[in-house]
Design a protein around this ligand. Structure first.
Ligand code: 26V
Length: 791
């Protein structure tokens, strides 16, 4: 039970000491900070206890360059089970909890799915009382802030720390030193509590900040050389200054490698220090007490670094050290896109981390010898060498240096085994596993859709579904219950009204909550095919122009996506969609039947408003390209049918909820594999009715790309091809007609309101599999070998 009197007193006390203010004069952000700190104080005892309880059992560590945590306040109040009480306390102080929640900046320390998955896992592990600690980087600036100017994406630095950071504690006493050939840095830990839902366990997310060994050069300062005096400090702090967006430029390479080594080395030092505290130098016990998960290849440098620590510092002999390493580490692959597989120039490694490079050389040498002994051919060995043509192949190092490699959805894992990593699978068949992704039901339903959440609890007469998501399947029995179905529709309507209002304030665009909300939110990438959606909209618009009486359900198409700053084509797609929005939203002749909105700065907190308000979820990636997707699951959990391809986790979602309750279309992976060498998009361009008309808007003057050449580039990417890519590499033209037909089916199905509500209900009822609680338990049992320890 929350002591509300004490909480009030604490808020006032913190406002007085931190801001020298009484509550009536305090700004919203000051109130937010005071409340957050007061809540932090409540966690101290359980946090300490959790650490103590975990200390004598096996623990797992999640090494990730990204943790896309989003906002903390609302989630922590929910998980502590005090949301409603705190809301009342604030009311008594004349404060609206929504205002306080909205002032919080997102901790946007991730690019997209991979970082958000890490955040969901942290929530699930704490909730399931699993001893899991996250290790990463405390970037001073997370993913850039996006706005649109004249329809073009503009990036600005994200300053998430501007109001302070009440949810972290700096732990100077645990600082470690990370050494590069050219400098040494302090890695200062900042710990964030990860509060489990309705359990007392509190786990830890430990993020390191880079600092110089000395604050500034006093002698230089004394001789008035101020710039040079602080130069070292700045260079050191650069290492944790900013999160790299996917596909960043070459200049960033050195810094990025420094980031990877920085946090990995700090994490391992921290871990080894902790191990020695309890078990001394008996490294034979290491794998018995530690499991380390490498989130994609970004932290894979941990493998040679750990070998270095064991061999150079702890004097363990090579064979034994390697055995400990392989048994301790495991690796998750998150993508099959070739261009996303990390490779590093050996020169960079030699320059920055000579000893680590040497160790990789030895690992590789021994591996090549092993393959030779197994009778592998010269060519095959070349294709599997860790160092090949002066590049270090991080994924190869990862598979070779760990005991488990997993994909993130069934289809994805099958592609890894049978295609992308076939040779590796044949070499190490027992190492390959599938762990289908999941999402936390706390943030993605209980917190972001309190209306639906409350209704579910009422229907099931229990809120146990929040930690046991499979319980949602009991909802199926209401599939024929008109009043339940109508209530579902009412809740959706309410969420749409709320979103509509938010969009009006933030984007300055009016949307009609009575129209069908069709939403595609995810990073902007060609394979995700926002362009297919755009063509579909344009086609619908032209059909409406031809026939103003065309009977369609009014629709609002909503997009949210950031494009990597250096990804020209992705930025072209944003501009194109904004041009389409401009044309359609200003054309009175179609009497508001369609509307297009590209919301700015899509991020976790915006997502929490979008998912609950969707009527249809767009998951239309080229089959075989999306490893899993997790946004798809967030829509499903909020009772939204999917229009999508057979890709990633979509496959498993429709297997659960029924194909009849979703709108699956498009070429399957197997078909695309077969035709990819001979595919000619011109055939479709010439023969599919209406297709030429929409594709040609890229070059016929319908739209203006401000002389950037963006639209022509898009056009060429579809029809011309180049030495480095085939025309229409992502089969947009091929899938266009089927996509349009699937959209027409959505339109028809939506008219039958109860039939539609039934589809929504069935998706909700069968979303249970996609809880990250299920995923994290699988990692715990099948990869890490850890058990729940409740305090
Ligand atoms: C990285 C890069 C880097 C350079 C060029 C373009 C590019 C494109 C994609 C990526 C993504 C790398 C890893 C990633 O974020 N994967 C996502 O992981 C999610 C969680 O497992 C999964 O749901 C998504 O399907 C997958 O794309």
């Amino acid at each position: 039970m929350l002591n509300t009197r004490e909480l009030k007193a604490n808020i006032k006390r913190i406002l007085r000491t931190d801001y020298i203010k009484t509550i009536d004069k305090a700004k919203d952000y000051e109130k937010y900070n005071a409340l957050s700190k007061a809540i932090m104080e409540l966690t101290i005892d359980n946090w300490d206890k959790t650490i103590e309880v975990y200390s004598n059992s096996k623990q797992a560590y999640y090494l990730s360059a990204e943790f896309l945590m989003g906002r903390a306040l609302g989630n922590n109040l929910l998980n502590l089970g005090i949301y409603e009480e705190v809301k009342e306390v604030l009311e008594e102080l004349n404060i609206d909890i929504n205002d306080i929640e909205e002032i919080e900046e997102d901790a946007g320390l991730g690019n997209g799915g991979l970082g958000r998955l890490a955040a969901c896992f942290m929530d699930s592990a704490a909730t399931k009382n699993l001893p899991l600690t996250g290790y990463g980087i405390r970037y001073s600036h997370g993913l850039f802030k996006q706005s649109f100017k004249n329809g073009f994406q503009v990036e600005k630095a994200d300053n998430w720390l501007k109001y302070g950071d009440p949810w972290s504690v700096r732990r100077d006493e645990d600082t470690v030193i990370v050494e590069f050939a050219d400098c040494s840095l302090k890695a200062v830990p900042y710990d964030m509590p990860v509060i489990g839902y309705k359990t007392s366990n509190i786990n830890k997310l430990r993020l390191f900040k880079a600092e110089p060994l000395e604050d500034f050069d006093f002698e230089l300062f004394n001789s008035q050389e101020y710039n040079r005096a602080v130069e070292k400090k700045n260079r050191a702090e650069d290492v944790s200054r900013v999160l790299y967006p996917n596909e960043s430029t070459a200049e960033g390479k050195t810094l990025r490698l420094k980031q990877q080594y920085f946090f990995v080395s700090a994490a391992l030092q921290d871990l080894v220090r902790n191990f020695k505290k309890y078990h001394g130098n008996n490294f034979d016990l290491f794998k018995k007490y530690n499991a380390i998960q490498l989130n994609d290849t970004h932290p894979v440098i941990a493998i040679p670094e750990f070998m270095r620590i064991l061999i150079d510092e702890e004097k363990v002999e090579w064979k034994k050290a390697w055995e400990i390493t392989v048994n301790t580490f495991s690796y998750t692959n998150h993508t099959i896109l070739r261009e996303a597989l990390e490779e590093w120039d050996i020169e960079l490694y030699k320059k920055l981390l000579p000893r680590v490079y040497e160790i990789i050389k030895i690992i590789d040498g021994r591996f090549i010898r092993e393959l030779g002994e197994e009778g592998y051919s010269y060519n095959k060995i070349n294709s599997m060498k860790i160092i090949y043509k002066n590049k270090i192949h991080m994924a190869w190092l990862a598979i070779h240096g760990t005991h488990a490699t997993n994909g993130v959805a069934k289809l994805h894992t099958d592609i890894l085994k049978n295609q992308e990593l076939k040779d590796w699978y044949e070499l190490y068949p027992d190492r390959f596993l599938n762990k289908t992704n999941g999402i936390t039901p706390r943030r993605w339903l209980a917190l972001c859709n309190k209306e639906l959440s409350g209704f579910i609890t009422e229907l099931l007469s229990s809120d146990s579904w929040i930690t046991d998501l499979k319980a949602l399947k009991e909802l199926e029995k209401f599939a024929g219950d008109k009043s339940v179905l109508n209530k579902l529709l009412d809740i959706k309507q309410l969420k749409k009204q709320q979103l509509s209002e938010y969009i009006r304030i933030n984007e300055g665009v009016e949307t009609n909550p009575n129209s069908l909300f069709d939403i595609q939110i995810k990073r902007l990438h060609e394979y995700k095919r926002q362009l297919l959606n755009a063509f579909g909209i344009l086609d619908l618009y032209f059909r409406l122009k031809e026939n103003p009486d065309l009977d369609i359900i009014p629709r609002t198409f909503i997009f949210g996506a950031k494009a990597a700053p250096g990804y020209f084509r992705a930025k072209g797609i944003i501009k194109f969609i904004n041009e389409i929005a401009n044309l359609i939203n200003n054309d009175e002749s179609i009497s508001n039947k369609i509307k297009v909105v590209f919301i700015q700065n899509y991020r976790v907190s915006y997502a929490e408003k979008l998912f609950p308000a969707a009527d249809i979820s767009e998951q239309i990636s080229t089959a075989g390209k999306e490893a899993s997707g997790t946004g798809n699951m967030k829509f499903m959990l909020n009772g939204t049918p999917t229009i999508g391809t057979y890709d990633g986790a979509n496959v498993e979602m429709v297997q659960e909820a029924g194909e009849e309750n979703n709108f699956i279309f498009g070429a399957r992976m197997e078909e695309l594999e077969k035709i990819k060498e001979t595919y000619d998009p011109i055939e479709y361009y010439d023969s599919v009715k209406g297709l030429k008309r929409v594709v040609n808007t890229l070059i016929d003057g319908t739209f203006d790309d401000g002389d950037t050449g963006m639209f022509e580039d898009l056009y060429n990417s579809l029809l011309e091809g180049a030495s480095w890519h085939r025309p229409d590499n992502y089969f947009i033209l091929k899938d266009f007609d089927e996509y349009r037909k699937a959209q027409d089916k959505v339109d028809k199905a939506y008219r039958d309101r109860l039939g539609w509500a039934r589809k929504c209900l069935m998706n909700l009822a069968y979303a249970g599999k996609f809880s990250s609680d299920r995923t994290i338990m699988e990692y715990a049992k099948e990869i890490w070998g850890i058990e729940a320890k409740k305090i």
